[in-house]
Design a protein around this ligand. Structure first.
Ligand code: 4NP
Length: 155
């Protein structure tokens, strides 16, 4: 059975598609399934934001086949680990959890780098290109740690 990891942000067009693409590039796809979703519904069916696509491309990642979808309660059944990009996404996902088992699956992604500091991956949607590069760097570091833990079975 593959381990299943879900990346969650608000729109599922900027941060979580990058997180999905980055983690996929660091894990064995025969052992780990990675997906992403947004808590909001605005971008269902949309391609990632062009700035996320361009940022991924600079690092040789192709995320153009991703399409936006909305997080749903069923994702608690379908995934083992749910990483949210910020505290607002964390609260929104937690509000849909029904059991302790559901709640234990949800983590703030930058806790992997800065434990217990509650740091957000900033939403780059209304900013410039530099915001996307910043998001990439944070997610790359976090996903490196997540991939190592998945490999060792310590996530
Ligand atoms: P994301 O960024 O949550 O990183 O995908 C956003 C994209 C779109 C919107 C908000 C955040 N929006 O309000 O449409």
């Amino acid at each position: 059975m593959k381990t299943r990891v879900l990346m969650v942000c608000l729109g599922n067009i900027c941060r979580s598609p990058l997180a999905e693409g980055i983690l996929k590039s660091k894990v064995d796809s025969s052992k780990v399934f990675v997906d992403s979703a947004g808590t909001g519904s605005w971008h269902i069916g949309s391609e990632p934001d062009s700035r996320s696509i361009a940022t991924a491309k600079r690092y040789d990642l192709d995320i153009t086949d991703q399409r936006g979808r909305q997080f749903s309660k069923k994702d608690f059944e379908d995934f083992d680990f749910i990483f949210t990009m910020d505290n607002s996404n964390f609260k929104d996902v937690m509000s849909l959890a029904e059991t302790d088992e559901d709640r234990q699956k949800v983590h703030l992604i930058l806790e992997e780098i800065f434990p217990s500091e509650n740091v957000d991956v900033p939403d780059p949607y209304h900013g410039g290109e530099q915001g996307f590069e910043n998001v990439y760097q944070m997610l790359n570091e976090a996903c490196e740690i997540i991939a190592e833990k998945l490999e060792k079975g310590t996530l």
